[in-house]
Design a protein around this ligand. Structure first.
Ligand SMILES: [Zn+2]
Length: 372
């Protein structure tokens, strides 16, 4: 049954891709939100009308996504003076810079994160100078992003800024400090179908080099707080679709959006705390010699569904319960045990970095591991 539905979805995906191709545009990132009404009885005509409706929705969704992508390329922000996001004003010029609002003339203003946090009175700013600085974050209300702008500049028509979170330091692979701005924007021509995005502004991102900030396990340090915020935004999107948009309701939505940003800032600041806790925990485990014994127990009960060959590392990966990941050499020696987030695990499987091994290979590994 699921395969049948999968086929239908695949067809819809093909239709959407064809439409984008006809428009001559690159495929935008994101998803189409479609509402399907399926009658259990009714005429052919009814189906036909539904098909027309759905086609219209697909077109509108594609247009919104493309408009969004063109207005906000990754890493940059729209410059109101030049009315584009590709001019020299639209990206930070240093890795440490974050977006703090618009200048009177409509160009975006970027500032070193320390300066920005000082200006806004973050009580812990001095900690950014520590040898191992914690992550500091601050939410900026939308009105503060526009307060210096001279009257006469109109924010973009179909896109709105609902505030931002500035944060850092994130140390990249070259040892440089990075400030990041997560800009909360929404786009969509219809108010009830607006979509919310957390848009990343940062020099590395603008240069398509954001992967310099990837951790060894393939995630970004901010992944979890960001995922949480995205989930909250999806809930708000759904509420917008299913409620009458009175003034009072819109006000409530705005308050909730502010809440998401405040909470995102809090969660970002907790990253450091969590990481310190985690490392301490890992050291304790190591000294108790537990991961190793756990590795062989996990290998013993491993199934082919969770056993992979890592082609780049030439190693065999066994995924145990609670996202425990054990890496073995092909001859059965345990190289290391780590914990990956389940998203990181899924990503490695989907990208093909990890490929499933056969039952025979798995049994061979089990035999070799015992011999070692
Ligand atoms: Zn400009």
């Amino acid at each position: 049954m699921i395969e049948k539905v999968e086929k239908v979805l695949e067809e819809l995906q093909k239709i959407a891709l064809e439409k984008i191709k006809i428009l001559g545009k690159p495929i935008p990132k994101g998803e189409l939100f479609l509402t399907l009404n399926i009658a259990l009885s009714g005429s052919r005509e009814h189906l036909h009308n539904e098909a027309i409706n759905l086609t219209k929705i697909i077109d509108a969704e594609i247009n919104d996504l493309i408009a969004h992508m063109e207005m906000l390329p990754v890493g940059r922000i729209h410059c109101l003076k030049c009315n584009t996001a590709t001019c020299e004003h639209s990206a930070p010029t240093k890795r440490r810079e974050v977006f703090v609002g618009y200048k009177p003339n409509g160009t975006p203003e970027f500032r070193d994160l320390t300066q920005a946090l000082l200006d806004k009175g973050h009580p812990q700013t001095h900690r950014l100078f520590e040898k191992k600085p914690p992550i500091l974050a601050l939410a900026i209300k939308p009105q503060n992003l526009f307060s210096n702008l001279l009257p006469g500049f109109k924010p973009w028509e179909s896109m709105r800024i609902h505030g931002a979170v500035i944060c850092g330091w994130f140390i990249d692979k070259e040892g440089e400090k990075n400030g990041i701005t997560f800009l909360l924007v929404s786009s969509g021509t219809k108010r009830s179908r607006r979509k919310f995005y957390l848009h990343t502004i940062n020099l590395l991102a603008a240069k398509a080099e954001l992967d310099k900030l990837l951790l060894t396990n393939g995630t970004f340090r901010w992944d979890q707080p960001l995922q949480w915020s995205k989930k909250m935004l999806k809930i708000i999107e759904a509420d917008l679709r299913s409620n009458t948009l009175t003034k009072a309701f819109i006000k409530k939505i705005e308050a909730r959006l502010n809440g998401v940003l405040d909470n995102l800032a809090l969660r970002l600041e907790k990253i450091t705390e969590k990481e310190t806790h985690y490392t301490k925990h890992a050291v304790e485990r190591k000294s108790a010699n537990r991961p190793v014994s756990q590795a062989f127990l996990d290998l013993k009960s491993a199934t082919v569904d969770w056993s992979f060959y890592d082609d780049t590392e030439k190693s065999i990966v066994i995924v145990g319960p609670k996202s425990r990941v054990h890496i073995f050499s092909p001859n059965g020696k345990l190289i290391t045990s780590i914990r990956y987030s389940s998203e990181a695990i899924q990503r490695k499987i989907r990208s093909g970095k990890w490929q499933r091994i056969s039952l025979q290979q798995l049994n061979e590994l089990k035999k070799n591991a015992i011999r070692n």
